[in-house]
Design a protein around this ligand. Structure first.
Ligand code: XUL
Length: 534
């Protein structure tokens, strides 16, 4: 699709996600007029990533090459240009990135960013700009030691959650920075700015360092989520001179400035194209799905997440509270699961000759409840609950070594959704008659998977047309950022956007099947975690 050749405004959203760089353009009526992507493994094979990442030998450290992200940006803009995308209509641009990952800009990098020559691609110009070439990302779980010392420094896990919205998590940026400070002191010394993936991407467009926004900043274990300032106690516990290296924080809908002249000269963006603060992918998804209080979002991507809109948060040691990206008075609660689409793909390959069609058939081969068989599929160390391995139980709660392929497929999908409902209810979420489940992410295009979601939650499931709600949310946020200065709220701005549509209703009678299964699953989960702890 090519943007119309009239003078109507266009808003751009970009998403630096784990496996791809994506872009969506919407017109003034918020209809999608262009979509594109660059897939890291396929389009940038020279970086040797698998699913966009490098898993190191310890199986705990996970990084992505920062220059790969920069080159992906060159590539996608060139692609858009060669397809005739008219950049001159882009009034505002915003974006998002996988949460928690960090980028370490070398001393002198901002000077280079401010003086980019439009004759060269960015990955040439920024080649020597990074003190750490492999950025730690959200899949990393190598920082348990740093987590414990951060919690101890502020009085324990609950105290840290009371300040930052979460107890210490390995992937959160504070502990990641603490590890780099300890293990690579010279590189840390050489770093003049630390960005999140989102603010790093915003910096590329801005041509200077972009501030970290409140919502993505909540995923660092470093920010006081009520005061929206860095917590000095948390900063001190992680590294010296950290406040200066992180820079200021900013509201998620703030206009950061105009686009760098590099993009004006090289691609024809208008020089007054506004850059609206970038944010994390889950907050951006909340915007793209038009989530309201009472809804629950279920995102089925590389990571699975569930999130809710909340007004008065009470952080606990399970799950996270982030500042809300579209309403500065509100918050969002989130739980993240590492074993999402990669585990679904693995089971699809093992059980159904690598076809989603076959996977759907297998899913439908058994009735709701899977004859009492339940499974836990943690190919990699899970976050909630902290456990690893595959654990299968028959209807008598006896551990079994394997299931027939059909049973395995249903056990995986039912298990993933039972876990999500149990954990959401532990966060205080109540399923009411008006509850809507908003599904997004790659697997949300599979109606059979969404039917199981509706059945397990006992609530209707809705989707939006665009599976990448994070990227779409940023195109919406770009327009909102531009209008927010005149007092428009996000909900006013998105009135014109398409409403989510109903995909699945719970089948009659399933409630009676899943109610006892939820209890059993919860008890078995405790058993699995107990085994792991011993
Ligand atoms: C959320 C999380 C992941 C990443 C990658 O806490 O770690 O969802 O944002 O998508």
């Amino acid at each position: 699709m090519i943007a119309e050749c009239d003078s109507s405004p266009v808003y751009l959203g970009v998403d630096f996600s784990t496996q791809q760089l994506k872009v969506i353009a919407v017109d003034d009526a918020l209809q999608v007029v262009y979509q594109d992507c660059v897939t890291f493994d396929k389009d940038l094979p020279e970086y040797g990533t698998k699913c966009g990442v490098h898993i190191h030998d310890d199986n705990l450290t996970v990084t992505s090459p920062v220059l790969m992200w920069v080159k992906a940006l060159d590539m996608i803009l060139e692609k858009m240009k060669s397809k005739g995308f008219d950049f001159s209509h882009v009034k505002a641009l915003s974006g998002t990135g996988q949460q928690h990952g960090s980028v370490y800009w070398q001393k002198g990098a901002e000077h280079l960013l401010k003086n980019l020559s439009s004759d060269f691609p960015l990955h040439h110009l920024l080649k020597y700009c990074f003190a750490i070439k492999d950025s730690p990302i959200w899949m990393d779980s190598s920082t348990s030691v740093e987590c414990r010392s951060l919690e101890e420094a502020v009085g324990g896990p609950q105290s840290l959650a009371d300040i930052t919205g979460s107890r210490a998590y390995e992937r959160f940026t504070g502990s990641q920075i603490a590890k780099i400070y300890k293990k690579c002191p010279d590189e840390y010394q050489q770093t003049e700015r630390i960005s999140l993936v989102s603010s790093f991407a915003a910096s590329l467009f801005l041509g200077s360092y972009a501030a970290i926004d409140y919502s993505d900043g909540s995923g660092m274990n470093l920010m006081n989520i009520y005061e929206k300032t860095w917590s000095q106690a948390c900063l001190n516990a992680c590294a010296t001179d950290l406040g200066r290296k992180l820079g200021e924080l900013t509201p998620s809908s703030a206009v950061l400035g105009c686009i760098s002249s590099y993009y004006v000269q090289r691609y024809g963006f208008p020089s007054d194209c506004r850059i609206v603060a970038f944010t994390g992918d889950n907050p951006a998804s909340l915007a793209g799905m038009r989530l309201k209080e009472g809804d629950i979002a279920v995102s089925l991507g590389t990571s699975d997440t569930i999130f809710l809109w909340i007004q008065d948060p009470t952080p606990t040691v399970e799950g996270h509270i982030f500042c809300n990206p579209v309403d500065s008075q509100a918050y969002m609660a989130l739980i993240c699961y590492k074993n999402g689409s990669l585990t679904r793909e693995r089971i699809r390959n093992d059980c159904t000759s690598a076809s989603w069609e076959e996977f759907s058939k297998a899913l439908k081969a058994n009735d709701a409840g899977n004859l009492g068989n339940l499974g836990f599929y943690f190919d990699v160390m899970e976050i909630t609950p902290p456990a690893v391995g595959v654990h299968r139980f028959n209807g008598q709660n006896v551990k079994v070594p394997e299931f027939p392929p059909d049973v395995e497929v249903r056990a995986l999908i039912e298990g993933q959704f039972l876990a999500k409902r149990i954990h959401a209810e532990k966060l205080g979420y109540k399923i009411l008659p008006e509850t809507r489940i908003l599904a997004t992410g790659g697997a949300s295009s599979n109606k059979d998977i969404l039917q199981v979601l509706a059945d397990v939650f006992g609530a209707p499931v809705y989707t939006i047309d665009i599976a990448n709600s994070a990227c779409l949310g940023c195109a919406y946020r770009a327009k909102h950022g531009l209008l927010a200065v005149t007092g428009s709220s996000f909900s006013d701005v998105i009135k014109q956007a398409k409403e989510p549509k109903l995909i699945a209703r719970p089948a009659p009678g399933v409630e009676q099947i899943y109610r006892p299964l939820l209890k059993r699953y919860e008890q078995l989960e405790e058993k699995v975690v107990g085994e792991f702890v011993q």
